[in-house]
Design a protein around this ligand. Structure first.
Ligand code: PEP
Ligand code: MN
Length: 342
C-alpha cells in the first residue's frame, strides 16, 4: 500500500500515519518528494484496507500497489533520487564518475592511481580490498589492510570511497572506512547480505547479477530499501550471453528501462561489461549517451602488471581522455541549445 499525503500535510499528520501502520504490525517508509510525501507500507502479506488511512488528517490517497516492488517505484517518488555519497552526489545533474584500480595491490599502486583520479576532477574513487575471484588461487585482495589504506586516500585526496563488501565483516569495515558499500554482481541475490546492508546508513552500489533480469535487480534493491536504507545506486555491468567477443554483453537498454520504472539512479561499468581495454571508452561514451547517471572505470598505472583484471584496465592517459570525452557527451545531451533547427 502507498499512502500519498497532501502537499500541506504536517509532520504530525505523517507521524500519525506511521503510528497506524505500526499498530497494524507493518512498517512505514517515508520518502519525501519535491511536491508531496508518500509513505510506503511493507511487511503485509495480503492487501490492507485503505479505510485505515483514508480519513486521517493530511492523507490525500491510500492506493493498493499491484507491482512486485514498492519502494523503488516512481509511484512512491516521481522525482529522481539524488544519493549523497560522502561529500558528492550520484543521480543529480552532474555525471558521477567512480574510478580506480580493480584491486588495491600495494600502497605505491594505490596512491599513484589516486593521484590520477584526483587530477581528473572526479569525486569518487574505487578499489577492491575484498575481491570476489573466480579461482580460490587467484589474488584475493589485501582485505582489512586495503580498506584502511582507502581511508588514507579519502583523507589525502578528498575522494569519496566506493568499495566492495562480500560479507558482514566487509560491510562493517566499509561502513567504518568507506563512503559507499558495493555489492558485487555475484552477491546481487545474497539476500541475507542485502538485508544486512539495508540496516546500515551508508549508500549502496548494487551491481546487476551475471544473469539477472531487470525485475530481479529491482527486487534486490527493494530488499535493501525494505530494511530502511533508501540510498541505493544501481549498476549495469554486463550480463552473460552467447557472445564471446567480450567478457560480458552490456545491456544498455536497461538504462532507460530503469529510468522509466524507478527513481533510483543507475551507473554503468564498461570495464567489467566488456573486459577489453579497447572497448571501455566506446561503451563509456554510449552509456552516457543513453542516460547513465555515472560510470565506474578501472584504471591501473601499469595494466600489464595488474594482479586482477589487467586486460580491461585503462592507463592513466586513456582514462583522462575518457573523462574528457564523456563530459562532452554529457554536455551535449543536457544542452538546451538547438544546433540543427528543422
Ligand atoms: C568489481 O567492480 O570489482 C567487480 C568485481 O565487479 P562485478 O561484481 O561487477 O564483477
Ligand atoms: Mn575488476
Amino acid at each position: 500500500m502507498l499512502i500519498v499525503m497532501k502537499p500541506d500535510a504536517g509532520a504530525s499528520d505523517i507521524e500519525r500515519v506511521l503510528q497506524v501502520i505500526e499498530t497494524l504490525g507493518f512498517r512505514g517508509h517515508q520518502l519525501p518528494g519535491e511536491s508531496r510525501t508518500a509513505i510506503g507500507v511493507t511487511g503485509n502479506s495480503g492487501s490492507i484496507d485503505p479505510a485505515h488511512f483514508e480519513n486521517l488528517s493530511g492523507v490525500a490517497d491510500a492506493i493498493r500497489v499491484t507491482k512486485p516492488y514498492k519502494l523503488i517505484s516512481k509511484d512512491i517518488r516521481p522525482e529522481k533520487s539524488v544519493i549523497k555519497v560522502g561529500n558528492g552526489t550520484i543521480g543529480g545533474p552532474e555525471l558521477a564518475i567512480i574510478a580506480g584500480p580493480c584491486a588495491i595491490e600495494s600502497r605505491e599502486q594505490l596512491f599513484a592511481t589516486a593521484e590520477v583520479i584526483s587530477r581528473s576532477g572526479v569525486r569518487f574513487f574505487r578499489g577492491g580490498a575484498y575481491k570476489p575471484r573466480t579461482s580460490p588461487y587467484a589474488f584475493q585482495g589485501l582485505g582489512d589492510d586495503g580498506v584502511k589504506m582507502l581511508a588514507e586516500v579519502r583523507e589525502q585526496f578528498n575522494l569519496n570511497i566506493v568499495t566492495e563488501a562480500m560479507d558482514e565483516h566487509g560491510v562493517d569495515a566499509v561502513e567504518k572506512y568507506g563512503d559507499c558499500i558495493q555489492i558485487g554482481a555475484r552477491n546481487m541475490q545474497n539476500f541475507s547480505l542485502l538485508k544486512y546492508v539495508g540496516k546500515t546508513r551508508k549508500p549502496v552500489l548494487l551491481k546487476r547479477g551475471l544473469s539477472a533480469t531487470l525485475d530481479e535487480l529491482l527486487l534486490a534493491a527493494e530488499y535493501i530499501m525494505a530494511e530502511g536504507n533508501y540510498d541505493v545506486i544501481l549498476c549495469e555491468r554486463g550480463i552473460r550471453t552467447f557472445a564471446t567477443h567480450a567478457r560480458n554483453t552490456m545491456d544498455l537498454s536497461v538504462i532507460p528501462a530503469v529510468h522509466r520504472l524507478t527513481h533510483l539512479p543507475i551507473i554503468s561499468d564498461p570495464s567489467h561489461g566488456t573486459g577489453h581495454n579497447y572497448m571501455v571508452t566506446p561503451l563509456a561514451r554510449a552509456s552516457v549517451a543513453v542516460g547513465a547517471d555515472g560510470l565506474i572505470i578501472e584504471v591501473h598505472p601499469r595494466p600489464e602488471e595488474a594482479l586482477c583484471d589487467g586486460a580491461q584496465a585503462l592507463t592513466p592517459a586513456q582514462y583522462l581522455d575518457l573523462v574528457n570525452q564523456v563530459q562532452l557527451i554529457k554536455s551535449v545531451i543536457t544542452s538546451e541549445e538547438v544546433v540543427f533547427a528543422a
